[in-house]
Design a protein around this ligand. Structure first.
Ligand SMILES: *[C@@H]1O[C@H](CO)[C@@H](O)[C@H](O)[C@H]1NC(C)=O
Ligand SMILES: *[C@@H]1O[C@H](CO)[C@@H](O)[C@H](O)[C@H]1NC(C)=O
Ligand SMILES: *[C@@H]1O[C@H](CO)[C@@H](O)[C@H](O)[C@H]1NC(C)=O
Ligand SMILES: *[C@@H]1O[C@H](CO)[C@@H](O)[C@H](O)[C@H]1NC(C)=O
Length: 689
């Protein structure tokens, strides 16, 4: 028996800790090893980035003939550095050259490459790291590698010359992928190379998830050299696994399926002395929750005599997995998992059958673990749109990687909706004070889920465009302090979700059209339009102040008189401006979402008081002061009472009562919005000194 052990615990390491007991290093049969650099093979679709290589430069790799280009066009942050000369001679699976330069990211927590791919195509993606003391600190960093919004691997380098290639087989549903480096406060992230190789979709099929490489070995290698592109059409890197007994051939080896392992890998195999009967292959991971996929490759490379036969069964964890296998002469047979295997330790027995005269062989082996990427990337249309907006306005923000995901790294100025595994949507865009110029960009129309758009404090000009009416979920539109001109268009009334429209400080002209005034009157929309010199803004309702009184006894009387006078004045004023309040309010038109409440109260900044119901906060709705009562979760008043209070408030509409403005009822988050009484309550005045 012969045993091959693979300890996969240190995945980064991908090194076998225990080889066969009787292994010996084969002398290089240099005369047989024909270094074939097949440059005519099709490398179309390969994306090969030498990270940190000066912008615009490229070279053909001497070993593989692959053309490597600078990564500068795929990322707009990071610095180019070169590794210490001591390390540019490290022997590696990559040509040294790809390790000479690195790109480092001293700034920002997350930095992302954006690489265009063909959506739905399966790619082998390889990210390679070698520290090489590029910063002369002699301190290897520790950081995270993310694929889009999901953690791909933790990068632990252990020493300065360790070359760590991380490989994953992944199909993007979108037409780009993001490869991100995350600073975890354990040193500056960096990267040496990124390679993408399209695969046939018929290969490496999983039930779900992507496949992260654990091990890929050229069993019974006679050269002790890694094999990759040129020999391997997909540029998989096959590491040599030297065994005590091996077979090899100089004849060509055919492949009848799409896996196509390199011929030079298949032309050698591990086997046993004739007396032996079994090969044992053992993978150990100590990770009981992982799931694995295995790929075993066989080809007969000995011309068998008539009386000879080679036949064996493959057992996985003591159960029959596949068999019998009769490797075909000079032709590859691939035996692979069609479902994940979930065990921390996995072992194969390759047991010779009774009829077989020759021991089993194995030419190559691959082991992968399943990576389930649970966090969805942001809706592609939102991504395309926000990237367009970024370029239209030349937005100068650190906007890299996925806009919304993961939540903790979402783009500055964006808020998104997260709904289980659905792709996140952009619901709020804040480009306030961002130096925007030109018109309101038509690109915005494709942010179809947007609820809150803040373009205030810029230098936007032109008129208010009609496409805004397509943003049917828009609740808050802040265009204040720009140079917008033309009339306030009536079509804005079509935005039935709109609650707050801020047009302060522009160059708008004319008057507020009747359609909008109607929305104002029924309380479903607050418009602020001061500071437009040529715009006749509507007349604001006066704040209803309760006049303070000093003398306790006379207070009430004085108060009522004052109120009476004020009410008469108010009615006159209302009639003069031709509108009065509409009492038949729709419950719906008064509902606010919780994010509105946050905005109105400026994140509950100022507390006005506390009551049995909950806390009361000060806020602004447009430029009207309001008081917002938040139902505390510990309140004895439950949902029913809350509903009852709203219904009552909707009905009771007396001028001497504070005005009910609206409510919020979002699950446990319940609140009521009243007009603000600037001078406290009656009791305070009556019980004063
Ligand atoms: C394969 O060989 C091993 C080693 O002798 C043995 O333990 C195992 O039972 C064999 N499997 C079968 C199914 O014969
Ligand atoms: C072994 O060989 C005999 C005769 O050649 C044949 O009848 C039998 O089916 C073979 N058994 C297996 C398991 O292949
Ligand atoms: C937008 O950002 C500015 C600061 O950049 C902030 O003052 C403002 O409140 C934000 N607007 C919203 C709606 O969050
Ligand atoms: C909005 O998206 C559609 C569909 O993707 C596209 O055809 C259109 O050009 C986009 N509009 C703008 C203004 O970007």
């Amino acid at each position: 028996m012969v045993a091959y052990f693979f300890n996969l615990q240190n995945r980064e390491n991908l090194k076998t800790v225990m080889k066969m007991s009787k292994h010996f290093l084969f002398a290089l049969l240099s005369s047989c090893v024909v270094a074939v650099f097949v440059h005519c093979q099709d490398q179309s679709g390969f994306i090969s980035l030498d990270c940190g290589l000066p912008e615009g430069s490229n070279y053909d790799d001497v070993d593989t003939g692959i053309n490597y280009i600078s990564d500068a066009a795929f990322i707009n942050t990071g610095d180019s550095k070169t590794v210490s000369p001591v390390f540019s001679t490290v022997s590696t699976v990559l040509s040294n050259k790809q390790l000479w330069y690195v790109r480092t990211f001293p700034e920002n927590i997350r930095n992302c490459y954006n690489i265009k791919v063909t959506s739905g195509t399966k790619y082998l993606i390889r990210a390679t790291f070698m520290y090489g003391n590029y910063d002369s600190q002699n301190k290897v960093p520790d950081f995270e590698l993310h694929l889009g919004p999901n953690l791909w691997a933790r990068i632990r380098l252990y020493n300065e010359s360790r070359v760590l290639p991380f490989e994953i087989i992944h199909a993007s549903t979108l037409d780009y992928i993001n490869i991100c480096l995350i600073n975890t406060n354990l040193g500056t992230p960096f990267i040496s190379a990124i390679e993408l190789r399209p695969l046939k979709n018929s290969t490496y099929v999983t039930q779900s998830g992507s496949l992260m490489l654990l091990a890929r070995y050229d069993m019974g290698s006679t050269t002790n050299r890694s094999v990759r592109y040129g020999d391997d059409i997909y540029d998989r890197i096959w590491r040599p696994y030297i065994t005590s007994t091996q077979l090899s051939t100089k004849s060509a080896i055919a492949s009848s399926d799409d896996y196509h392992p390199a011929e030079s890998v298949m032309s050698s195999a591990s086997t046993l002395e004739n007396s032996s009967e079994r090969i044992f292959v053992y993978f150990e991971t100590f990770d009981p929750i992982s799931q694995f996929y295995f790929y075993l490759y066989f080809a007969e490379i000995e011309k068998l005599q008539v009386n000879q036969s080679r036949e064996f069964n493959i057992y996985l964890n003591d159960e029959m997995w596949f068999g019998p296998v009769n490797p075909t002469y000079l032709n590859t047979t691939t035996v692979f998992s069609i479902a994940p295997i979930g065990k921390g330790m996995n072992y194969f027995w390759l047991n010779k059958t009774k009829n077989s005269t020759l021991p089993p062989i194995i030419n190559a082996i691959e082991a992968y673990t399943v990576k389930e990427f649970k966090q969805s990337q942001t809706n592609q249309s939102d991504v395309d749109t926000i990237i367009k907006i970024k370029s239209t306005y030349g937005v100068n923000k650190h906007w890299q990687g996925d806009p919304c995901a993961p939540r903790e790294y979402s783009w500055d100025g964006l808020e998104c909706s997260y709904n289980g595994y659905d792709p996140p949507r952009i619901v709020s865009l804040n480009l306030s004070s961002s130096g925007l110029t030109g018109n309101i960009a038509p690109d915005l129309v494709n942010l179809t889920s947007i609820q809150n758009l803040d373009l205030s404090n810029n230098n936007l000009n032109g008129s208010l465009p009609e496409f805004l009416t397509k943003l049917s979920y828009l609740r808050v539109l802040n265009l204040s302090h720009n140079s917008l001109n033309g009339p306030v268009p009536g079509f804005l009334a079509k935005l039935t979700s709109l609650r707050i429209l801020n047009l302060i400080g522009n160059k708008l002209t004319g008057s507020v059209p009747a359609e909008l005034v109607r929305r104002l009157e029924d309380g479903s929309l607050v418009i602020s339009c001061d500071g437009n010199p040529n715009l006749r803004c509507y007349e604001k309702k006066k704040n209803k102040f309760v006049v303070p009184v000093v003398a306790a006894a006379a207070a009430l009387f004085t108060l009522l008189v004052a109120l009476a006078i004020w009410l008469i004045q108010k009615r006159r004023k209302e009639q003069a401006f031709g509108y009065k309040r509409n009492d038949s309010l729709e419950l719906k038109s008064r509902s606010f979402v919780y994010s509105d409440i946050l905005r109105i109260t400026n994140n509950f900044k100022r507390i006005l008081g506390k009551g049995g119901f909950g806390t009361v906060y000060h806020g602004y709705l447009g430029d009207t002061q309001v008081a917002v009562k938040i139902l505390s979760s510990s309140s004895s008043q439950g949902y029913k009472e809350f509903q009852a209070e709203i219904t009552l408030l909707m009905r009771v509409h007396h001028r001497n009562l504070t005005n009910f403005v609206g409510y919020c009822n979002e699950g446990a988050k319940k609140g009521l919005i009243y007009e603000y009484m600037a001078n406290g309550n009656l009791q305070q005045h009556l019980s004063g000194p």
